[in-house]
Structures are given as C-alpha cells and as structure tokens.
Design a protein around this ligand. Structure first.
Ligand SMILES: [Zn+2]
Length: 264
C-alpha cells in the first residue's frame, strides 16, 4: 500500500514537472540559446549557460530526429523550407557562441542565427548589471565575419543597446532598429532580415512591432514558449521559441520539440 502510494506520488510529481501528457504539437522548433559553456562565479544568469556536452547532445538529437536546421529569416519564406525545419538561435552575441558553441555546430554541420547587440560588438554585455553577471566579452565584427564566412551562421538584430523598446520615443525606437540593421549589413556584407526583441516576453507592443517592420525586417522573434507555425505570417505575431536551460534534461529537450514546452 505504501509502495503504491509512493508510486502514485512519484507519478504525480513526474506529471507535474513535465508536459509529457500534452498532445504532440505540430510546428517548427526554434531553439533559444544565450550562452554555451560554464557560468562565471556569482552569475545569476547561470541557467542560461548550457554545458557544451549538453549542447552537443541536443544538436545530435535534433539531427537524429530528422530536423534540418535553417536560418531564422527563412521562416518568413515558408516555400523555402525543407520538410522538417528547425531553427537554432542565440541572443546577445557573446564570445562563447564562437568559442564553445561554434566548434560543435561546425562538426555537426548545423546552421544557426545569432542576434547581435550592434553597439556592444567587440566589447562586453554592457547592458547587464555586473552584479547580476560579471562582464562577458561579446563577439567582435571580425569574429562575426569568420562565423559568417563558414556559411553556417547568419546574423539578425537584437537592437543597438538592448533597451526595453517600449520605453523609447519614436525616434529612439527607430534608431535602435534601423541603425543596428544598417551596421550589421555594412560590417558583414549580408542582409540582417530577422529581429529578436530584447528583455523577454513583454518587451514589445504593437507600436514597437510596427516599427520593426517599418525598419525593413522580414520576421520578428519573441521569447514566448512554443513551436512556430509552418506557414508563419506577420499576422500570427512574433515567432515563438523554445528556451533551453542549463538544468534541462534530455527529456525536457525532447518534450520541447514534440510538445512545444517541457516543464510547467
Ligand atoms: Zn538579450
């Protein structure tokens, strides 16, 4: 009896933590990473640092499941997509993306998109409070060019300075969007067609979103959890993604792909 109760309690706990009981969902997984490697001491953003070995296992699983990674901007052009597309994204453009993540992606031939904070290139994550996380180096333009030349990495904009866009007046808002796009295109010689909002789920409103499209982007990525529709259009709202966390198990990763979410 005790064993039965314990078993039931364990099953209930299991069900409460994971979403395995949800029906399988259809859509394109857009994996959202920030940093790959080990967090610095005293980091309060440790959950955003995915271990290199976990990152490799996740990409290997993605490929073994038949997914074909495409660049983020391709979701704006559904006719261009392969049978089973996936998107691998990184927000912020910190140097670990090159040093820790890229060797894995290169070995596996996985395409990814990095959303850059254009005015902090070659410096540090200056938009974050160092009390929250000690400074991290950001990619230099030279390093970004190396990644672009590999043919495996594309770049989108994550603004100039990583502000809360809703707090800006129209002129400052337009500058964050158009100047970051112009700078990335001038430095890297390729179109920056995808945009990712900084500061999370609430970091856009209809005014901000209209400004993104007025600046010439062809798609916008948010941080709402979920799969992206196969035939996405702007009217469907910002593209959803799947946050990958340091303490995710492979089960979390698999549920993300098949259900659009892992834990409750
Ligand atoms: Zn960010």
């Amino acid at each position: 009896m005790t064993g039965l109760l314990l078993g039931a309690a364990a099953a209930a706990g299991f069900s409460a933590r994971w979403n395995w009981w949800r029906p399988k969902a259809d859509g394109i997984p857009g994996l959202m990473y920030h940093r790959v490697g080990d967090p610095p001491a005293r980091s309060r953003l440790g959950k955003l640092w995915v271990r290199v070995a976990d990152f490799r296992a996740q990409l290997e699983h993605l490929l073994a499941a038949g997914y074909q990674p495409v660049f983020a901007a391709q979701l704006a052009d559904p006719d261009s997509l392969p049978a089973k597309p996936a998107v691998v994204t990184f927000d912020d453009g910190t140097a670990d993306n090159l040093e820790n993540a890229f060797p894995v992606m290169k070995a596996l031939g996985v395409k990814s998109t990095i959303f850059l904070v254009a005015d902090w290139m070659g410096r540090r994550n200056g938009w974050e409070d160092p009390a929250v996380e000690p400074w991290q180096r950001t990619l230099s333009w030279e390093q970004a060019r190396t990644l672009a030349d590999s043919g495996l990495v594309d770049f989108g904009s994550h603004t100039m300075s990583h502000p809360d866009l809703r707090a800006l007046d129209d002129q400052a808002l337009a500058w964050e969007l158009t100047e970051s796009k112009r700078r990335i295109e001038a430095e890297l010689g390729r179109r920056a067609a995808a945009f990712a909002y900084p500061f999370g789920a609430g970091a856009y409103d209809e005014r901000v979103r209209a400004a993104v499209y007025a600046a010439g982007y062809s798609c916008d990525y948010g941080v709402k959890q979920g799969l992206a529709p196969r035939a996405w259009t702007r009217a469907a709202g910002p593209l959803k993604r799947l946050l990958v966390r340091r303490d995710d198990w492979m089960l979390d990763f698999r549920l993300n792909l098949s259900r659009g979410r892992a834990r409750l």
